[in-house]
Structure formats: structure tokens, C-alpha cells
Design a protein around this ligand. Structure first.
Ligand SMILES: *Cc1c(COP(=O)(O)O)cnc(C)c1O
Length: 432
């Protein structure tokens, strides 16, 4: 029979262990994760997490929404101002839901989308295996250019002019260099085809001014997650330069893809956005500088780092080829035992069926940057990784050195702390 008190103890203990491990002992290099600031987390834990607000601000289906209305309007205004495009949809509860509502509006079952090649990092949600497929659509890929590790622009333009499809998706999950939005949108505009840019990974770099704003380069819609390089709560957001798509998406997302939109995200995202206005540029440039420093240091230690001839990376990501060291799956596991958290990844030359043991590992510097790590820590991390992956040292032995490194970087930077909310007693009510 279930022992409730025993099970409760176990639940609390597992949660506490994870907090201790991931917040205090491990070096997290997962490229799609981040941590909120201390204050954003405090704000996240509010009464809003228990409330509903279906519909749009001031036009809700429930009473009791006066404060969330103000916050939601404020978030749209601020994000719109930062990016230079005032049409913002704040309700998607994830990047996938953002994509789903945009794809639903731009295409119908049976239609095709033209998307970035897998090798240039397109996300599963852009394909028939994911969200696109759930909507009854399928994809054609733009050709890949090995030299630039990117979309082959000339061949893509030929497809745009000759093939049948309803919309284009650029942006991705594993990408070191920006996709050619300008060139592709010029060709697409002539045919009246809309461009969606999926900025899930690089939204924080765009807001911080270190990655090109795709809407300024001709994209009609930008979808994003709010928790990857953008260090907010888990959620999604959409920004539009095209009014028609904006109107259609705001009628589609509710009621097709959500009813409630997880209201406690909204004030926490606002706090994050204010932090990005104040510290975003410094944060984003450290993230990118750290990525380059990590790539160089890894190469120096003997790792095969992708994109050497192009300067390794312009994003927060670094990709290494560990096929000679036993493959991505095995190396990622060894690294985890050493308290270095990463993920295995398909590389451009891998066959598609190598998902279970691909050649690569993807790394991201955004979270450790938020904890204040810089160039010299990147060099240290590269050395710790070498000991595990190349020198095959016992991972548990390296783990204590990783813990030791992490110990010096426990405070979150580039954001607000609880001291910034000192005079708002009620804010921390739910902590008591
Ligand atoms: C992570 C990711 C998504 C999905 O975002 P979620 O917020 O996890 O749903 C969509 N597109 C790309 C390119 C991503 O990397």
C-alpha cells in the first residue's frame, strides 16, 4: 500500500537534490536552457499561477483580471518597443504552440512549407514529424551549402521561384551562423510568400542586439521561446511585422491552441524584459564571446570543433564532433557523470537515423554566462571536458573539480535580485 508520508518525503528529496545539483554543483551547457533572475523567480511564484484569463486584455471571458490585463498590455508594449514592431502575441505557452498557431494560419492540411535544411538546424516542429505534421502539412527542405554551413541561397531562390509551398520557415535549434533572411525574403516577397523566423534559441541575443533582428530583414513573423538565450520563464511569444498574420493568429491561438495561457509567466517575463533592457547588451555579448572562447579552447585541447574556417560560431552555441571518442551518446553520459550537462546532437554529415548515437555534442554558454563565467572559466571547462572525453579519466574524479569550479559562480548576474523588491511586502506573500 502507498505510504503517503514516505512518498512525500521522496518527492521533496528528489526535488531538493535536483536543485542542489543543477543550481550549485553542475556546469550546465544545454543550449536551450537558462535560469531566471532571483526576482523574476519570486514574481513567477504569484497568485496568477492559479488564475484564468481566457481571451485578450480588457476582453476576457472571466472577471478578476484587471491586474493581468495591465501586465499583459505592458509586456506587448515593451517587447514591441525593443524590437521595433508593435504587434506582439504574448499568449503562447511555448515555442511549439507559437509555431503551431502561426503554421495553422499560413497553411492548410495538405500544404507544404519550405524550411531550412536539417544540417542548418531546423527544428522538429518545422517538419511533418512534429507540429507541422500534426497540422496535416509536410515540408520541403532548402538545400544546404557545406562551405558556409548554411542555406544554399541560390538554390533556395530557385525552389522559391519554381516549387509549390505555402510559407517559409527559417531559424533553428542547432545553428552557429545566422540564416540568410534578407536574401530569402526578397525572393519570397515577389511571390507573396510569408516568412516565419523561429527565434526560439536566439531571442535573447536578438533582444540584446547581438543577432540580426529577422523582422528588420524582411521576416513577417518571429516566433520564440522565452527561456533559452532569453532568460525568462518557460513560454513562447510571437512578434509580427505583417498585420494580416497578426490578426489571424490572435484569433487562432485561442481557442485552437490554448484556453488559459499560464498567467504567472507574464509578470515574470516582464521582469526579465526589463532586465534585458538594462543588462541585455552586456549579457548577450558575453554569451557570444564565451561561446567563441569555449570553441577555441576546446579546439586547443584537441576536440574537433565545427565551423573552424568560419570562426566557430556567432551564436551562444558550440558544436563538437566526438565520433572518434565514442560518439555523442556515450560522451554526453560521461560528461554528465562529471557534472557537465550537455546533449548529444546530429551533425551535418550524420545519417538521419543516427539520432540515438549521433556524432556530435551541442553546447551553449548562456546559463553559465548568467552566473558570471567568462573567458578563463571557458578555458577551464574545455580542459575538464578533455579529461573526461579525450583522456578518459574517471568521470567521478573530474566531477569534484567541476563542483569546485561551479562553487565560485552561484550568484546570478545581469538581472534583479530580491533586494530590488524590498519595499513590496505583498510580492513575497506566497513564499510564507
Ligand atoms: C526549442 C525550440 C522550439 C520549441 O520551443 P518550446 O518552447 O520548447 O516549445 C521551437 N523551435 C526551435 C527552433 C527550438 O529550438
Amino acid at each position: 500500500m502507498l505510504n503517503v508520508r514516505e512518498t512525500l518525503k521522496e518527492v521533496l528529496s528528489l526535488t531538493a537534490k535536483n536543485n542542489q545539483w543543477r543550481r550549485k554543483e553542475a556546469v550546465n551547457l544545454i543550449a536551450s536552457e537558462n535560469v531566471m533572475s532571483e526576482l523574476a523567480e519570486a514574481v513567477y511564484l504569484s497568485d496568477f499561477m492559479s488564475r484564468y484569463a481566457e481571451g485578450k486584455p480588457r476582453k476576457r471571458y472571466y472577471q478578476g483580471t484587471r491586474y493581468i490585463d495591465d501586465l499583459e498590455i505592458k509586456l506587448s508594449e515593451l517587447v514591441g518597443e525593443t524590437l521595433g514592431f508593435p504587434m506582439v502575441e504574448t499568449r503562447p505557452i511555448s515555442g511549439t504552440i507559437a509555431n503551431a498557431s502561426v503554421f495553422r494560419v499560413l497553411g492548410n492540411p495538405g500544404d507544404k512549407a519550405l524550411i531550412a535544411p536539417v544540417q542548418a538546424g531546423s527544428h522538429v516542429s518545422h517538419t511533418k514529424f512534429g507540429t507541422l505534421g500534426a497540422l496535416g502539412m509536410t515540408q520541403i527542405y532548402m538545400p544546404y551549402d557545406e562551405q558556409s554551413m548554411n542555406v544554399d541561397v541560390d538554390k533556395a531562390i530557385k525552389i522559391i521561384n519554381e516549387d509549390e509551398f505555402k510559407f517559409i520557415v527559417l531559424g533553428g535549434s542547432v545553428y552557429l551562423f545566422p540564416h540568410p533572411v534578407k536574401e530569402i525574403s526578397q525572393a519570397a516577397k515577389e511571390k507573396g510568400i510569408k516568412i516565419v523566423y523561429d527565434a526560439a534559441h536566439v531571442f535573447g541575443l536578438i533582444v540584446g542586439g547581438k543577432w540580426r533582428n529577422p523582422l528588420k530583414e524582411g521576416a513577417d513573423v518571429m516566433t520564440a521561446s522565452t527561456h533559452k538565450t532569453y532568460p525568462g520563464p518557460q513560454g513562447g511569444i510571437i512578434i509580427f511585422s505583417d498585420e494580416q498574420t497578426h490578426k489571424a493568429v490572435s484569433k487562432t491561438i485561442f481557442p485552437y491552441f490554448l484556453s488559459n495561457h499560464h498567467l504567472h509567466r507574464i509578470p515574470a517575463t516582464l521582469v526579465t524584459h526589463l532586465e534585458m533592457i538594462e543588462f541585455g547588451e552586456a549579457y548577450a555579448s558575453s554569451v557570444v564571446n564565451n561561446a567563441r572562447a569555449l570553441a577555441e579552447a576546446l579546439a586547443e585541447e584537441g576536440f574537433k570543433v565545427l565551423g573552424e574556417h568560419l570562426g566557430y560560431t556567432q551564436s551562444h552555441q558550440v558544436v563538437i564532433d566526438v565520433s572518434k571518442e565514442g560518439g555523442g551518446a556515450k560522451c554526453a553520459e560521461l560528461l554528465e557523470r562529471a557534472n557537465i550537462i550537455t546533449n548529444k546532437n546530429l551533425l551535418p554529415h550524420d545519417p538521419p537515423d543516427a539520432v540515438q548515437n549521433p556524432s556530435g555534442i551541442r553546447l551553449g554558454t548562456q546559463e553559465m554566462t548568467r552566473y558570471g563565467m567568462g573567458r578563463s572559466e571557458m578555458i577551464e571547462i574545455a580542459n575538464l571536458m578533455k579529461r573526461v572525453v579525450i583522456e578518459k579519466e574517471e568521470p567521478e574524479k573530474v566531477a569534484s573539480d567541476v563542483k569546485e569550479l561551479r562553487k565560485g559562480f552561484l550568484e546570478r548576474k545581469y538581472g534583479f535580485s530580491l533586494a530590488d523588491a524590498e519595499d513590496v511586502e505583498e510580492l513575497l506573500l506566497l513564499r510564507r
